[in-house]
Design a protein around this ligand. Structure first.
Ligand code: ADE
Length: 341
């Protein structure tokens, strides 16, 4: 994974995580955007509170950086319960999960990020835990093997995934609620940028917030990251106030264009257009040509390009649209013309 990919909402370093955490809304009332989802979630949580029960298991799905983890933390806070966070790839052995599950108290929340990456064994282990709040744990081996039935407290599982399609249906069906989190419109992102600037005690012009919003690929995590880059740029090159001109200069210097595309987005489009003559091309071939993980392309690059109609996913592979060619000012090479790759 390249460093610039961090921009599009990939892994974050611990200290940036701290800033990220402090910018995160802590209550539903502080949360900007996803109005419909917030409304439905509020009903669910109010009803669970009224009945003094744990909320049903909840699945959040959608591209990275849109607030799945933030919402899990908000739910824990709204329900006045503790949250335990883990991720699909971190759960290797049933023993690990057994330890976590048996330590959960009534109403606690278990958050599993990247839940589509649970191993089949762990997944199966989760079914009775989710459905009947018990686990069947096998002790000893061979002729001495025994199944111990361990009761659990009623907890809420919150799963998050970027790939709802990769979840098996038995697992998906055990969630009472599924929420799709979609890209944010620029108005909501501008509001998020203004709120974050306030928290960072940075003065910002409304037009600059709009500029950052328009270049954030519909993603709050990117908006907050770009805000910090622009804030640094203004502090070093200007007087620290974020005006529109400085925001534009800083984002141009970051390689983030007017639509929010960064170097990797442009490279992907360029490869499809010039090297594969506009497509169709398989994602594996694109990954190999770009020397990037397929998962990075599928989770972090493609969703926004699909959303703005710059690529299409067909059965024969990915294709670049005429709009993408126009945006980059390039077309497929004609016969005899040298491709740049
Ligand atoms: N920071 C990141 N996402 C946010 C959101 N949805 N609302 C408010 N602040 C945020």
């Amino acid at each position: 994974m390249t460093r610039e990919r961090v921009l599009t909402g990939g892994q974050i370093t611990p200290e940036e995580d701290q800033v990220q955490l402090s910018l995160r809304p802590k209550t539903l009332a502080e949360y900007i955007g996803q109005k419909e989802l917030r409304g439905k979630l509020k009903v669910t949580l109010d009803a669970a509170r009224q009945r003094q029960e744990a909320a049903e298991h909840i699945l959040f799905y959608g591209p990275p950086g849109l607030g799945k983890t933030t919402l899990a933390h908000i739910i824990a806070r709204e329900m006045d319960s503790k949250l335990f966070a883990t991720a699909g790839p971190a759960l290797q052995r049933t023993g690990d999960l057994m330890g976590i599950l048996t330590n959960l108290k009534e109403g606690d929340i278990l958050f599993i990020d990247e839940i589509h990456r649970l191993s089949p064994v762990i997944e199966e282990f989760m079914y009775p835990a989710m459905e009947d709040f018990k686990v069947d744990f096998v002790v000893d081996k061979g002729a001495f093997a025994k199944v111990i039935n361990v009761p659990l407290k009623r907890f809420t599982l919150i799963g998050a995934t970027t790939r709802a399609g990769m979840l098996s249906s038995p697992l998906r069906d055990r969630f009472g609620l599924y929420y799709h989190i979609d890209f944010y419109p620029p108005e909501d992102l501008a509001e998020i940028v203004l709120r974050s600037a306030r928290l960072l005690e940075t003065e910002i012009a409304p037009e600059a917030a709009q500029t950052i919003a328009l270049r954030s690929r519909g993603t709050p995590r990117i908006a907050n990251r770009l805000l910090r880059r622009v804030r640094d740029y203004s502090a070093v090159k200007d007087d620290g106030v974020i005006r529109n001109e400085i925001a534009i200069k800083a984002l141009d210097a970051e390689g983030v264009d007017a639509l929010g595309l960064d170097n990797l987005d442009r490279k992907l489009l360029q490869v499809i257009i010039e090297y594969y003559k506009g497509g169709p091309v398989g994602i594996e071939a694109l990954g190999a040509t770009l020397n990037e993980e397929v998962d990075t392309l599928v989770d972090m690059v493609e969703p926004f390009l699909l959303k703005i109609g710059f690529i299409q996913r067909t059965r024969r592979g990915r294709m670049a649209s005429p709009e993408a060619m126009k945006h980059l000012g390039i077309g497929p090479p004609t016969d005899g013309q040298q491709s740049m790759f």
